[in-house]
Design a protein around this ligand. Structure first.
Ligand code: 48F
Length: 255
């Protein structure tokens, strides 16, 4: 065993992937359920995609189900996506399926990676690149450990034809853009729990919010002031699928 070979293997292979991901078709902020579903469908369709996740683990709010009972509920409309991803689920009542949250996250992550997405954990999106006409052209990244340690260290940037905000309840990327472009967009903030309305509106709220920036998952409901839903995940999956389709349409048009 040679520790230096091990160290070189890790460094070279990581840096190769990071360098390759400095110019992508789609960069996704956040590897929660909506971000990874988007990453899966994009990569499956040969789109070059990189996902940047602040935490050590991917999966966002899906691991813990409802109040740490690690089960998630998915309604009929999104059952097809569970099947596509090969996540097992049992019907609880007509139209309501229950899945194991740990199987859901681990399988989704595996399918997303095996389809060809790159996921970089421990990296936080701290800013975006904004060019003419308030177009978003990339992400500004720093190690999550830098902000945790309160260090003053400059970030690095990656270029993307499109950026997807999949940062969940805080809609962090949209908030940055709203702050830095003034009138270009507004983040209204999510409303109190109302599963039926939240699940319906999340799909409609999944869209391009300013040139080059799309929003998915809970971030979409936060931007447009729609309710949160609790541990029902169909909307997240449908939103991730929809944002991938929208991104592919935009990429096609730009060709
Ligand atoms: O919060 P999260 O799971 O968002 P989501 O995909 O799904 C929401 C559900 O989990 C649940 C729900 C169900 O009804 O409401 O809450 O919309 O995943 C967001 C991911 O983004 C990461 C964060 O750590 C999490 O893993 N994240 C947030 N801000 C940043 C980020 C950032 N600035 N840079 C990188 N990652």
């Amino acid at each position: 065993m040679d520790e230096v070979i091990i160290s070189k293997a890790i460094t070279e292979s990581y840096l190769k992937d990071l360098l390759d991901s400095m110019d992508v078709d789609v960069a996704i902020a956040g590897a929660g359920p909506s971000g990874m579903v988007a990453g899966y469908y994009l990569a499956k369709n040969k789109v070059k995609v990189a996902i940047f996740e602040r935490k050590l683990s991917v999966g966002g709010g899906m691991w813990g189900g409802g109040i740490m009972f690690n089960r998630i509920v998915v309604q009929n409309e999104a059952k097809e996506i569970l099947d596509e991803l090969d996540i097992s689920a049992n019907q609880y009542e007509k139209g309501y399926y229950v899945a194991d949250a740990v199987e859901a996250v681990s399988t989704l992550c595996s399918r997303c990676l095996k389809a060809g997405s790159k996921i970089f954990n421990l990296l936080s999106v701290e800013d975006v690149m904004i060019r003419e006409d308030d177009r978003i052209t990339g992400l500004v990244l720093n190690w999550s450990a830098v902000s945790l340690a309160n260090l003053h260290i400059d970030p690095l940037a990656i270029r993307a034809k499109l950026v997807i905000d999949a940062t969940g309840h805080d809609a962090e990327i949209c908030r940055i853009v709203a702050r830095k472009t003034g009138a270009a967009m507004e983040v209204r903030g999510e409303k109190s729990m109302w599963a039926e309305v939240g699940e319906k509106e999340i799909v409609a709220n999944t869209r391009q919010v300013c040139p080059g920036l799309l929003v998915t998952g809970m971030a979409a409901n936060a931007v447009f002031g729609s309710p949160r839903m609790g541990a029902v995940f169909g909307g997240m999956l449908l939103s991730g699928e929809k944002v991938a389709k929208l991104a592919m349409d935009l990429l096609k048009k730009a060709r």
